[in-house]
Ligand binder design. Structure first.
Ligand code: NAD
Length: 333
């Protein structure tokens, strides 16, 4: 069968912030996946024949929410519930939601399973403890006939997958080091991302970062010239690579530099995988992302590549919790 004969996957994107709106725009360039719903904290836009992403995002930025999208938008106190109630209208759900508190995304995943959704789910989760909570829902996903792929952004996601691929040259992997650079023009475009990054800094945790007012975040960034330097982050690349049998979590480290005042990356993003070959030779593979690629491109692209891979898994009945290191993403046209 030709790709053109296959109907597009009907996608709901939960979250319409920095990543959710980029995801919506990306889908408008695809024919294998179609944006049918976009959700923010105050409402949702839904069209079973496909949304006009630009019209929805324009209404959202002019009037303060996707609920204002002409014809397709509606306000709601429980917009995620509105999508769950329409579960049969979707083949794929991408969670571009803040994971604050730390069990929010796992809770949303469980809600879809309990609500009768039967399809694919991908997320852009970052924290190890949150990804582990999702992996523990394996049985629930199996019963519900959901294919859930956890950690499908950039890190974890693209870089975790690259680490898994690089590991194949080695008899034993000694270390995986991820060092990322993010350049964004202003932090307000990615509030949850920046808050969750602050939660990794000394003196902060998820709860204290969540409680920071926008003014306090702006002040903290001012004190640091707009830059956050993050080391030894609790990123789920470690648990995902361990669960996939590649390397023990203690050998995985993640850190990076986030500049909130320039769209240029402060450092290049790379993953270095060091190991010993079957002949006993120690070596390293390095995978470096092009500096021109944005965080949005490197998160949403893989999230939809895994979505397409998830469709195939769903077709063959491989329900349950998978990860970015156990599935190969499939290129979306
Ligand atoms: P954001 O703050 O810009 O947007 C969040 C969106 O979620 C907003 O539209 C908000 O209205 C909506 N929302 C919040 N609570 C909601 C609720 N209860 N119901 C419905 N909608 C709700 O966030 P962002 O910066 O786009 O980040 C999204 C997530 O992606 C974060 O968890 C972040 O950590 C993660 N992220 C992952 C990677 C990666 O590489 N894995 C990279 C960047 C960001």
């Amino acid at each position: 069968m030709h790709a053109a004969d296959i109907s597009p996957m009907r996608i709901a994107v939960l979250g319409a912030g920095g990543l959710g709106s980029a995801a919506a725009r990306m889908l408008s360039q695809k024919r294998e996946l179609r944006l049918d719903a976009l959700v923010d904290s105050r409402g949702f836009a839904f069209d079973p024949d496909g949304l006009d992403a630009e019209a929805v995002l324009h209404a959202a930025s002019e009037r303060g929410g996707v609920a204002f999208a002409p014809k397709t938008g509606a306000p709601s106190d429980d917009p995620i519930g509105e999508i769950v109630r329409r579960a049969e209208a979707f083949d794929g759900v991408f969670l571009a939601l803040p994971n604050l508190p730390n069990d929010f995304v796992p809770g949303v995943a469980a809600r879809f399973a309990a609500g009768g959704y039967r399809g694919v789910m991908t997320d852009a989760l970052k924290r190890t403890s949150a990804a582990e909570r999702v992996l523990k829902l394996d049985e629930l996903f199996k019963t519900a006939e959901i294919v859930y792929i956890v950690g499908c952004g950039a890190t974890p996601g693209l870089l975790t997958a690259a680490a898994n691929l690089a590991a194949q040259s080695f008899a034993e992997v000694e270390s995986v080091r991820i060092w990322f650079g993010v350049g964004i023009q202003n932090w307000e475009a990615y509030r949850a991302t920046i808050r969750e990054d602050i939660a990794h800094m000394p003196g902060f945790d998820v709860e204290s970062a969540r409680r920071l007012t926008d003014e306090e975040v702006a002040e903290l960034l001012d004190e640091r010239g707009g830059k956050l330097i993050l080391e030894e982050m609790e990123h789920a690349d470690d648990a995902i690579l361990e669960a996939a049998g590649v390397v023990s979590r203690d050998c995985v480290s993640v850190g990076g530099v986030v500049d909130t005042r320039s769209s240029q990356k402060p450092v290049s993003t790379s993953v270095v995988v060091t190991g010993v070959t079957f002949e006993g030779r120690r070596s390293s593979h390095t995978f470096t992302l092009g500096d021109e690629t944005s965080m949005a491109a490197n998160v949403c692209g893989p999230a939809f590549g895994y979505m397409k891979a998830g469709r195939r898994l769903h077709e063959i009945g491989a329900y349950g919790a998978h990860s970015s290191a156990t599935v190969m993403p499939r290129f979306v046209r």
